[in-house]
Write a protein that binds this ligand. Structure first.
Ligand SMILES: [Zn+2]
Length: 312
């Protein structure tokens, strides 16, 4: 069987087992850093649920499978609609109305929230009520960089599937197999700087992604060396765009994990975990519409305190 991402094969196999055993959870959350394949896995899960064939799913042949997911009447994507780039409680209330209506074509209705860390707290609570007493045919699929982006009550009612993390050498091998030979020189460095294959591929083709990765690296260096002013100047450039601001922190999160995996001597495991915790709280506050300039000041202080603390 050829899966959309070979290096995440185990996850696809798990999904197939869940679907064929009729045990597919009402709420499924894929957790992993940008570029780890969460959205690909989520879309695969949706096609498994919508396939109308009784045998091997997704069959690729039935009416459901032949349709693009986007055009499928039983597939709904929930994304931010407002300027603040968050998902509002009204958007979840709208789903509630439709979730109790029988599916149009398939046996299930799939609601996909690709950036669930953008859910406002009130929206998460509304979603929680839906998951607690789920409409028979509805299935909810979410993706997040980290489970700490969501309320614990939502997590405890859902099945969380962490995406497989590759070692640097494995990332390099996958990158070599996926990218053009002309990039061979850059792959070694990218496999070290980027935590995921997807992020490295994005950086290869997109100057903005490369810049984000460089800025996140610079921010992390400022934090580790206690340069508060440098960190604030950098953050200030991102405060105009909340989405990019959140991306910057999530990219830095990936780099901290990457440094941890490399056993980078500048960052002990305890310090790294403390920093990840502060990053998660910052992303959460940024999503909940906190004033970014105040958030930058508070987070820079906390990050530096964590990086320079006496923790070993
Ligand atoms: Zn099918």
């Amino acid at each position: 069987m050829n899966y959309p991402l070979e290096f995440q094969q185990q996850i696809f196999e798990t999904l197939e087992k869940l679907a064929s055993g009729g045990r597919f959870p009402h709420a499924l959350i894929f957790e992993g850093p940008a570029g780890s394949g969460k959205k690909t896995a989520a879309r695969y899960a949706a096609s498994l649920l919508l396939c109308r064939e009784n045998g091997v799913k997704p069959c690729g042949q039935c009416r459901s499978c032949k349709k693009q997911l986007e055009n499928h009447p039983d597939f709904t994507v929930i994304e931010p609609k407002n300027k603040s780039k968050t998902i509002s409680v009204d958007q979840i209330r709208d789903i509630k109305l439709s979730a109790y209506v029988a599916p149009h074509e398939a046996d299930r209705k799939v609601y996909f929230i690709p950036d669930a860390h953008q859910l406002r707290v009130e929206a998460q609570n509304a979603l929680l009520k839906l998951i607690e007493e789920p409409p028979e045919a509805a299935r909810f699929i979410l993706t997040v960089p980290s489970r700490s982006n969501l309320l614990e009550t939502v997590i405890s009612r859902s099945t969380v599937i962490p995406m497989r993390q590759l070692e640097q050498q494995q990332r390099l091998e996958v990158l070599k197999s996926l990218s053009d030979k002309k990039y061979a020189d850059q792959l070694q460095q990218l496999s070290q700087d980027c935590l995921t294959v997807g992020e490295a591929l994005a950086a290869l083709s997109d100057p903005d992604a490369m810049k984000l990765s460089k800025d996140a690296d610079e921010l992390l260096k400022s934090v580790i060396s206690g340069k508060r002013y440098d960190a604030l100047i950098l953050l200030c450039r991102y405060e105009k765009d909340r989405e990019q601001y959140i991306k910057l922190f999530n990219t830095m999160r990936g780099q901290v994990i990457s440094a941890l995996c490399r056993r980078d001597s500048k960052l002990s495991a305890l310090r790294a975990n403390k920093i990840i915790d502060i990053i998660d709280k910052t992303v959460f506050s940024a999503t909940q519409n906190a004033a970014l300039s105040l958030l930058s000041a508070a987070s820079a202080n906390r990050l530096i305190a964590a990086a320079l603390s006496a923790l070993k």
